[in-house]
Design a protein around this ligand. Structure first.
Ligand SMILES: [Zn+2]
Ligand SMILES: [Zn+2]
Length: 410
């Protein structure tokens, strides 16, 4: 049991909850407590922030381990800050910026524009080798013609009558729970500006919108050793709005599963298939192609028998350490031993093979009094337990994206 339980209680999960359980719990709780849906509850914002903080810690294996052993104190030491996500960013990752038509709008608390979070898929090769990625994007920039006033010449806008100049109206909305609630929605008449210009008073270039869409080219550097869900922040590169500094563009890395390697921290894991002959007599050959295309050659020590699922560690062949790329983790190799098939058996002198192999086993001990003869029938293990009446309930889980990566032999 962890030394502190507060975060688990916040999300209403057990101490042994899986990452998936925590994700589900947060998804549910965050929707419930989002401040936009609890406008009459002054504490909703606080709860929402706490929920996001709890999720951020419990969903991160390392932080969760620290929390379990040292509590919040362990997490508040030097160097632990700075990577914390804003509650709304975490929320936005889950639901997208415009949940149910609400708009988060400019972040008044921080006095800057909205951040754009862009999920970006990378391969394990990208994280091993590092990569520069250029991409074309579109962003809002302040209109150069009217300098963000939206007006033609000296025309002055009038307060919007639909929203009384507030920029938002209250609408009745249906919550995921099925109940109805009131929520703030951006005024559709003035698009949240709170004021309007007559058609002919609007700036020709931006049509009174104050900003225009502009194509930009962004370049990001995926550094060696970066992790899944790590963020690359381009400060101030987000959408512009008149009067406040632009928000950031945040690339959120999502690592695609690799067909040969599995990663845990700075270590890698892979499977290598060897033959029975190699398992018994040893070998000296290139056993795998690494993430940078390099071959890795291995020579077994003389007299070493390798059993199925035996593992070895290749020091310094793991992932580069983030920000210290000269250091690397380790590569664990699990041996799958491939047995020869029936066809092989037909081609060899069975008596000669028997003579060199270790002897067969005797009957089980103690010798049972009653002994039945059984028939040899090949089976498929998935049939095990079939024919039972109680069906397994279908898991309605729809997101299978967190499955462990396939580790296939090379
Ligand atoms: Zn303009
Ligand atoms: Zn309005």
């Amino acid at each position: 049991m962890p030394v502190e339980t507060h975060l688990y209680e916040l999300l209403d999960v057990t101490f042994d909850a899986s990452e998936e359980d925590i994700k589900k719990a947060y998804r549910k709780k965050a929707k419930e407590h989002h401040p936009d849906k609890n406008i009459n509850d002054p504490e909703a914002g606080q709860k929402f922030q706490e929920m996001a903080a709890a999720y951020e810690i419990l969903s991160d294996g390392n932080k969760r381990a620290v929390y379990d052993t040292h509590g919040m104190e362990g997490l508040s030491g030097p160097g632990s800050g700075g990577h914390g996500m804003e509650a709304e960013e975490i929320f936005a990752q889950f639901f997208g910026r415009q949940m149910f038509g609400f708009d988060f709008g400019p972040d008044a608390r921080r006095g800057k524009g909205e951040d754009s979070i862009i999920p970006h898929e990378v391969t394990l090769e990208d994280l091993y080798n590092g990569k520069s990625i250029k991409m074309n994007m579109e962003k809002e920039v302040v209109c150069a013609v009217c300098k963000g006033s939206g007006a033609r010449g000296n025309a002055k806008p009038k307060p919007c009558s639909t929203c009384d100049g507030q920029g938002w109206t209250r609408i009745k909305t249906r919550l995921p729970s099925g109940a109805y609630g009131m929520a703030r929605a951006r005024c559709t008449d003035c698009h949240g500006h709170g004021e309007k210009l007559k058609e002919k008073e609007r700036c020709k270039k931006c049509k009174g919108e104050k900003t225009i869409k502009e194509k930009t080219r962004q370049e990001i550097f995926v550094e060696k050793g970066m992790a899944d869900r790590q963020r690359i922040v381009l400060a101030g590169a987000g959408d512009q709005q008149p009067g406040i500094p632009a928000g950031d563009v945040i690339f959120l890395l999502k690592v695609l599963p690799h067909e040969s390697f599995e990663r845990s921290g700075d270590d890698l894991l892979t499977h290598v298939t060897i033959t029975l002959s190699e398992a018994l007599l040893g070998f000296s050959r290139i056993i795998l192609t690494h993430l940078d295309g390099r071959g890795v050659k291995l020579t077994t020590p003389p007299g070493k028998v390798i059993k199925p699922q035996d593992s070895i560690v290749l020091r310094g062949e793991g992932m580069p350490v983030y920000r210290r790329p000269d250091e690397k983790g380790d590569l664990y190799v699990i041996f799958d031993v491939e047995m020869p098939d029936d066809q092989w058996l037909k081609t060899v002198d069975v008596k000669a093979v028997e003579a060199v192999l270790p002897p067969k086993r005797l009957d089980v001990e103690p010798h049972p009094e009653v002994v039945d003869e059984a028939d040899f029938e090949e089976s498929d293990i998935v049939d095990f337990g079939e024919g039972n009446d109680d069906d397994w309930e279908d898991d309605d889980d729809d997101d299978d994206d967190d499955d462990e990566p396939d580790c296939r032999p090379q």
